[in-house]
Design a protein around this ligand. Structure first.
Ligand SMILES: [Zn+2]
Length: 419
């Protein structure tokens, strides 16, 4: 299949057959509820996983949770709680949304706070290799020591600082040698949680958490690294810089895949703008299938706007898909489905073109109903049709998520106790 690689800016051939695909997707920072933008990202990677498996691959999937971060520390006191309880609460909430949407659970769900020892080892090694330095109890990555910085985002060096500053960088930190240097370990601020380290008490920087969790789970390289498009810079750019300097390999992930942002009422859907559409609210009115089909109808790589009426249209289409799955044909000639199958597979082979795959499925459903009316034998066609629908995460006439989806997430959920 072909997948677009953010790093090479090209569609690249990716051969999943008889292979174990190591996939890491950056997870949530749990300080607030899951909105439609999150759902779009994780559902897109869910379709990727399901299609890779359909193509004969085994997928070894890790998704992390950034359970210690500026955001959780800042938000907790505002809500009369502490960062740990806040993180557990919203992680559990996220997992329940994922179960409801029939999103496959990751095989590994590492927490940053369970990876502190590995993060410290990572930081120590980067200092020894000369691309990081200690200053006043903190450790920073020295961007000027790594000339390939920018290889993923392709942002010119002179434009990086302004973007980094909007995304959590503190350019005026007097302990840094250069304003673009980013923190690998930050010295404890008064009242903040801290762990012991060779540089004194502190906590990890955000980017190093993902490099360390990745390395701990998979080793030096992976096949596909994913996340939302807002993570390309600086988060993923920094991850590459850390990981390849640590491992000595010439690459980190073979393919970098990024899910585009979802807009609403002319703006990016984001907490700071207050224009969030919550998954849990949509689930009060729409079936999981309607939401999954609606999401599949947007290509993961291109930004799109949430329009409520489209969700209503998807709901109506799901009704027809279910009717097609259940239609009773007759004993006439068997309905041919090879043509639809080829088109469906070609669509997903082409950089996961789920809108085209969904269109093929909907057209096939209409055709299947006509064939059933004409007393044709539709049983084999329905078997394929159900299989194809499941790649888009659809359940059709089966109520609730797949059993292994629920069980897999609940296994992770046990590590996030809430009252
Ligand atoms: Zn990450």
């Amino acid at each position: 299949m072909k997948l677009y690689n953010t790093q090479s800016r090209e569609l690249e051939h990716f051969e999943p057959q008889n292979k174990t695909v190591r996939l890491y997707v950056c997870g949530i920072t749990p300080y607030d509820t899951t909105h439609l933008g999150h759902a779009a990202t994780y559902c897109a990677f869910d379709v990727l996983i399901r299609f890779l498996e359909y193509r004969g691959a085994t997928v070894n999937y890790a998704q992390n949770v950034t359970d210690i971060d500026d955001d959780t520390i800042r938000e907790a006191p505002k809500r009369g709680t502490n960062w740990k309880d806040l993180g557990n609460y919203w992680t559990a909430h996220f997992m329940r949304d994922m179960i409801a949407l029939n999103v496959r659970p990751p095989n590994h769900y590492p927490r940053a706070t369970e990876t502190i020892a590995e993060i410290i080892e990572f930081d120590k090694a980067l200092i020894e290799k000369g691309c990081a330095y200690e200053s006043g109890g903190s450790v920073y990555f020295h961007v000027n020591a790594y000339e390939k910085f920018g290889q993923l985002s392709h942002i010119p060096r002179e434009e990086m600082l302004a973007i980094a500053n909007e995304r959590g960088n503190f350019p005026d930190d007097p302990k840094k040698r250069a304003p673009l240097d980013f923190v690998l370990w930050q010295a404890q601020a008064p009242g903040e949680p801290a762990w012991d380290s060779p540089w004194g008490p502190g906590r990890p920087g955000w980017h190093i958490e993902c490099s360390a969790m990745n390395y701990k789970t998979f080793g030096p390289t992976i096949d596909i690294h994913g996340g939302g498009a807002d993570l390309v810079f600086p988060h993923h750019e920094c991850e590459i810089a850390q990981t390849v300097n640590f491992t000595g390999e010439d690459y980190f992930a073979k393919i970098w895949m990024h899910a585009a942002m979802v807009g609403y009422e002319g703006e990016k859907m984001s907490k700071s703008l207050g224009n969030l559409v919550m998954v849990s609210d949509l689930l009060k009115t729409y079936t999981p299938d309607a939401i999954r089909l609606f999401l599949a109808k947007h290509h993961y790589r291109f930004p799109w706007e949430f329009v409520h009426a489209e969700l209503d249209a998807s709901r109506a289409q799901c009704t027809q898909l279910t009717q097609a799955a259940q239609a009773m044909g007759g004993d006439g000639n068997a309905m041919d489905f090879q043509y639809a199958r080829e088109h469906f597979e070609n669509a997903l082979d082409n950089d996961l073109d789920s809108p085209r795959a969904a269109a093929v499925l909907c057209e096939f459903a209409a055709s299947l109903l006509e064939h059933a009316d004409a007393r044709r034998d539709v049983r084999d066609a329905q078997t394929w049709f159900r299989r194809a629908a499941s790649i888009l995460g659809l359940r059709l006439d089966t109520f609730g998520p797949e059993a292994h989806v629920r069980e897999g997430w609940e296994r992770h959920l046990n590590r996030f106790p809430t009252e």
